[in-house]
Design a protein around this ligand. Structure first.
Ligand code: ATP
Ligand code: LTN
Length: 338
């Protein structure tokens, strides 16, 4: 329990681990953009999380610029929201260590992302990959964030952050120190699946190029990937409940719904009874209309890394002013000599 009475604050981050795709946009960034005018928002680039698996240094830097450019191209205004890189604010790592001493091994053993990413040979996974959710809790709580917009796959990590906040408050008898952060997950884009396999989420680290629509893709690439997307031979049903057991069809209809702002039922009222030969070109046209301008803006922004770096530095300065104060308070609570 927490009696936290501080201000509402939104925080989220994206790993600098590759090319941004439609799942990142619909599950996360679109929500970031909408929230920035409603509450105080901090959006960061999780470069310290990215190195839990091997990253080539030059590529890591390019990916970091790519993601900040994506934030801006999608409409995040760095004068309104605080945009920064995780490694630019020391307090994340400092609080993460203290949280390593609060979190229990049993809690981390239950994390499904570690099992998925470590694969069969978990002895060879980095220790960072294992304690990844502890750093994530520090990212959130160092700003005493109350709301965290994320896709469905992050639900378990958010629960762990709440457990860490609750245990810290309890162990140090400070019931109102940390808030219990709430995930903001709902919405039609919360779980976009791979175009090649409807049982796997669309992911930056998917080996198949054709599994994901990247925000950088041009109109031809988008149309080609949608044309090649795995589907079944049936026509579309006229209501969403007819999509049960048809994950690939449900995914394409879900993408159409999320981009058009309609429900799946409304989309199917229009396309029910039609085959993919009709639906896929309509979907491609909609994706190009919504994503095309983002890709163009992205390329323009990426051409000026100096500007992107200054956005991050300024954001990190603003973020550190909040985060350093939390770490100062935590050190005192824990009993470190100031
Ligand atoms: P990786 O494959 O390297 O784990 P990722 O593509 O899953 O990367 P993240 O950096 O882990 O991307 O996620 C950034 C944000 O995008 C998170 O809020 C996450 O929940 C959301 N997200 C990622 N993939 C999807 C998806 N397929 N559908 C909806 N949201 C997604
Ligand atoms: N694990 C997240 C990225 C992330 C994050 C965070 C999201 C790192 N720290 C703090 C929200 C809040 C992911 O999307 N894979």
């Amino acid at each position: 329990m927490t009696g936290y009475k501080g201000p509402e604050r939104v925080l989220s981050g994206i790993q600098t681990s590759g090319e941004m795709h439609l799942g990142n946009y619909l599950g996360a960034i679109k929500k970031f953009v909408a929230l920035q005018h409603e509450r105080q928002c901090l959006y960061f680039l999780a470069d310290m999380h990215a190195i839990t698996v091997w990253q080539d240094p030059e590529r890591l830097r390019a990916q970091t610029f790519h993601i900040v450019a994506t934030y801006l191209a999608c409409g995040i205004d760095p004068k309104v929201a605080t945009v920064f890189h995780q490694s630019g604010v020391h307090a994340h790592a400092e609080l993460a260590w203290i949280f390593n001493c609060i979190a229990r091994l049993g809690w981390l053993d239950r994390m499904t992302q570690f099992k998925d990413k470590a694969g069969k040979d978990k002895e060879r996974a980095s220790v960072g990959l294992y304690t990844y959710p502890v750093l994530q809790a520090a990212d959130i709580l160092v700003y005493k964030a109350t709301h965290v917009p994320v896709g469905e796959d992050q639900k378990q990590h958010l629960e762990l952050s709440r457990d860490i906040a609750g245990k810290f408050n309890h162990d140090y008898d400070k019931p109102d120190f940390f808030p219990l952060p709430e995930p903001l997950i709902q919405g039609p884009g919360a779980r976009i699946m791979s175009l090649r396999d409807g049982s796997k989420k669309m992911s930056k680290s998917d080996a198949s190029e054709n599994a994901s629509i990247f925000l950088r893709d041009d109109a031809d690439a988008i149309a080609r990937k949608i044309k090649k997307a795995t589907t079944d031979p049936e026509v579309l049903p006229s209501e969403a409940k007819g999509l049960e057991g048809r994950p690939e069809a449900a995914n394409l209809v879900g993408i159409y719904a999320a981009l058009s702002g309609k429900t799946s039922d409304e989309v199917l009222a229009e396309f029910g009874g039609k085959g993919f030969g009709v639906f896929k070109p309509a979907l491609a046209e909609l994706v190009v209309e919504k994503i095309g301008p983002i890709g163009e803006e992205l390329r323009r922004l990426e051409a000026d890394p100096g500007h992107l770096q200054s956005v991050l530095r300024e954001g990190a300065r603003r973020a550190a002013a909040i985060a350093d104060e939390t770490v100062r308070e935590v050190k005192e609570i824990v009993g470190f000599v100031g």
